[in-house]
Design a protein around this ligand. Sequence first.
Ligand code: BGP
Length: 494
Amino acid sequence: MSKFPKDFLWGGATAANQYEGGYLEGGKGVNTSDVMVGGSHTVPRRVSWKNPTTGETGFTGMSFGSPMEIPEGAVPAVLDGVYYPSHEATDFYHHYKEDIALMGEMGFRCFRLSMNWARIFPNGDDAEPNQEGLAFYDAVFDECKKYGIEPLVTMSHYETPIALTINYGGWKNRKLIDFFVKYAETVVAHYAGKVKYWLTFNEINCMDMAPFMAGGIVDDTPQNRAQGAHNQFVASARVVKFAHENYPDVKIGQMLAFGPVYTYTCSPADQIKALETSQGTLFYSDVQTGGFYPEYRLIQYKEQGIVLEDCPEDYELIKNYSADFLSFSCYGSATVSADPSVGSVGGNISMGVKNPYLSSNAWGWATDPVCLRIACNTLYSRYRKPVWIVENGIGWDDKKEADGSVHDTYRIDYLRQNIESMKEAILKDGVELMGYTMWGCIDLVSASTGEMKKRYGFVYVDKDDNGNGTLARSKKDSFEWYKKVIASDGEDLD
Ligand code: BGP
């Protein structure tokens, strides 16, 4: 048998902060992604700030090797005359009918999108939700239903209402737990019957690399990262509890940024390096999906003098209400070396050394088609819970021809090999894999660089890095190819 299961959830993935646009429309508040300007693969993205008393303005890095430093008295802020890629993004807000129709045409069974927290609770701590925001997603889910598309909804994908950063310090503050849980309970209840699958935080382990993106935290210290992660774990567990007690059909999943870790050589020192690097990621799934705080992390906290603001009930919640399934993004593997002279190269969030067996795209992300099988096995065997690949794909500076076509053979080749790898995970290894949503199915803004030219989609969107373009949609060659893949349940990959 060379087919995927009939109920396999084929589809694509997006995120509000990179796709939706509609900045301040329909009562939406400002969020952390709204203050991020664009960069490139050599220039890191920055955050704009303003001192409300003196009027002074400026820009700062936001991790990924460019530390966040905002002067005393200043706060992250949207500045006049500055271009912010997320404000319009690729305008799903006004194109959702057209886009969902294209997804329907490809035969999508699932569409992963995120809900913009500040569209529902504009300041994060509002007493009542914004009805216009709720109505927007109602319309989106109704549209999905027309095509038989199951939504998979991330509650927070790299955005936090900016007022929660300014007034509370972001996720380092335990008060955020209550605000998030209120938001989550509101949307789970409101969309009951329309949305079955939810993810609480996108790539929760990004807290260790970019806490402003992951948790609206400006003062980036090991203590604040640890507290921010802890607070998100507790919030996730409370959401699982709420869903289990009130909406037994609803499933709440974890979302982890994951890539198998390879050793550069077979030296024992490299194996230890790989073990420790893996622990850095698996800590997040051990807690959220496994339900336990692993000893290796607690020992580290002790050594670093990190003391969590917690209470015994936190650990009871974490243990009793772990995630129903484990979803993850996987763009490739990371290769590590214990020898600093080997040098490092950038990768998807995590750094690694160059693997001589793998090729990379223009942004230096190594592509490793077989690693999905390894990733599925590692995560499934560790927790014995269903897994779901909710991001995978290849960023490319696609060229649109005069007739609107895009010949993205490289994308088809990449996806074919990745799909073969998943197929082996299911058919040879028996992994319970729920679905596959390719990242950025309709072109959108890059999270790491803010660029438009790092495109992932089956559908090209006419927009450039400076915000110019008609936003017209056109099908790439991969569109028809993916349609055929889905229609044949993954059998026809030619
Ligand atoms: C993941 C994020 C996404 C997405 C993707 C591709 O880490 O969850 O938001 O953007 O990576 O990254 P990029 O957009 O930087 O190419």
